[in-house]
Design a protein around this ligand. Structure first.
Ligand SMILES: [Ca+2]
Ligand SMILES: [Ca+2]
Length: 386
């Protein structure tokens, strides 16, 4: 699997002293000075953390649980979450995925979450077919038809009410990978959803499929393709200006930062600065100027997951884009000059960073990708302890 390739590359690249530790607060370095890293809770494969305006945090665990973190305590699983297609195995990228609070949560208690949904009809003779571009990493024993879905619900105490699926990836396909479905609200109140290519490549260029697209769901519920030609976009962030940015995982090399604009085509799988897992070449972006080129690419990859624009005052990073990194085990901070990247900093965390968000006080909250995953809070080590 691509993800295990990335893990192997990382194990070779990182010194052993960076192995995740538990216990008392840890300190990591940054150009803004030392950062205190507090471990608030442990979770099984957490995927997303979302702050609510009242200070509570929503956290998803990939195996299908939504929890609330409040007053230093993690709740029992919130009831009412639909069943996901999660199966515990290394290649599993589905399950309960992103969660985000409605911009008017304080008034309507509404949340949105994404998950991998099995098809209602499963036929017993379905089979995964190999694609040599994956270099032998596909799970050929898999035969379940799955697609990601986005649901809306009202949070009432520790239960979800009025759960309603508002969007589904089409078509549903076999395979455990590339659901993506990170979400961010646009300035106009529309919900942007990254829809991964489900490891099927070509649907990313097919206007009839919603795989490999960024979707825009209007406040009235209408879902439209916003941009196409994407692969596996595990991070999305809206800039204060309203511009929407997406980070996507490339294949072997070629992770991308894209500024996503309406009706534009970002080239996958026709071009990529990376290559296929069987080492066959994919033409680089510069060979096909008709496709939108990424603002930045990374080879070796960072494996971006989760991102936001910092607008707090605890760190001197206002306006910067911060992204989690899985294989890079870092938080990647980008300063922008207009729509170009000016500088990049890697804050080495020694953990696979699955999601990063800003807390209401300007601290950074993060979750790590592990069976013994963590909820972390980052604040300047020089600031007073809470
Ligand atoms: Ca691209
Ligand atoms: Ca290439």
């Amino acid at each position: 699997m691509p993800s295990s390739l990335r893990m192997a590359a990382l194990a070779a690249a990182l010194p052993s002293l960076l192995v995740a530790q538990s216990g008392p607060p840890q300190t990591v370095s940054s150009t803004a000075g030392p950062i205190r890293v507090e471990r608030l809770a442990s979770l099984e494969f957490p995927w997303a953390v979302a702050p609510l305006p009242d200070g509570r945090l929503l956290i998803t665990e990939k195996p299908g649980r939504l929890r609330i973190f409040e007053n230093g305590q993690l709740s029992a699983p919130v009831s009412g979450v639909p069943k996901t297609s999660y199966r515990e195995r290394k290649a599993e990228q589905g399950g309960l995925l992103d969660v985000i609070a409605d911009p008017n949560f304080a008034q309507n208690q509404r949340i949105y979450f994404s998950f991998s949904e099995p098809a209602e009809k499963q036929s017993p003779d379905q089979k995964e077919t190999d694609d040599k571009r994956f270099g032998g990493f596909l799970d050929l024993s898999d035969n379940m038809l799955v697609g990601a879905a986005v649901a809306r619900a009202t949070l009432d105490g520790n239960q979800l009410k009025d759960v309603q699926v508002i969007w589904r990836q089409t078509p549903k396909t076999i395979g455990r990978g590339h659901f993506a479905t990170r979400m961010a609200f646009g300035k106009d109140g529309a919900l942007f959803v990254t829809s991964g290519d489900r490891m099927r490549f070509d649907p990313a260029q097919d206007p009839k499929a919603t795989l490999g697209k960024v979707m825009r769901i209007a406040p009235d519920g209408r879902a439209d393709i916003w941009s196409s030609g994407h692969r596996n976009m595990l991070a999305i962030a809206t800039q204060p200006s309203g511009q929407v940015w997406v980070l996507e995982m490339g294949p072997l090399g070629g992770d991308e930062l894209n500024l996503v604009e309406q009706r534009k085509n970002y080239g996958w799988p026709i071009v990529s600065d990376g290559d296929n897992y069987d080492k066959s070449a994919i033409p680089d972006h510069k060979t096909r100027p008709e496709f939108q080129a990424p603002v930045r690419t990374w080879t070796p990859v960072i494996s971006p997951s989760g991102a936001f624009f910092y607008d707090g005052s605890l760190f001197p990073w206002k306006g910067d884009l911060l992204a989690g990194g899985l294989s890079s085990q870092a938080i990647v901070r980008l300063t922008l000059d207009g729509n170009k990247v000016k500088t990049e900093e890697r804050i080495i965390m020694g953990r696979r960073m699955r999601d990063v968000v800003q807390a209401s006080d300007g601290a950074i909250l993060a979750v790590t990708d592990d069976k013994q995953g963590e909820l972390l809070r980052l604040s300047p080590a020089t600031a007073k302890t809470r």
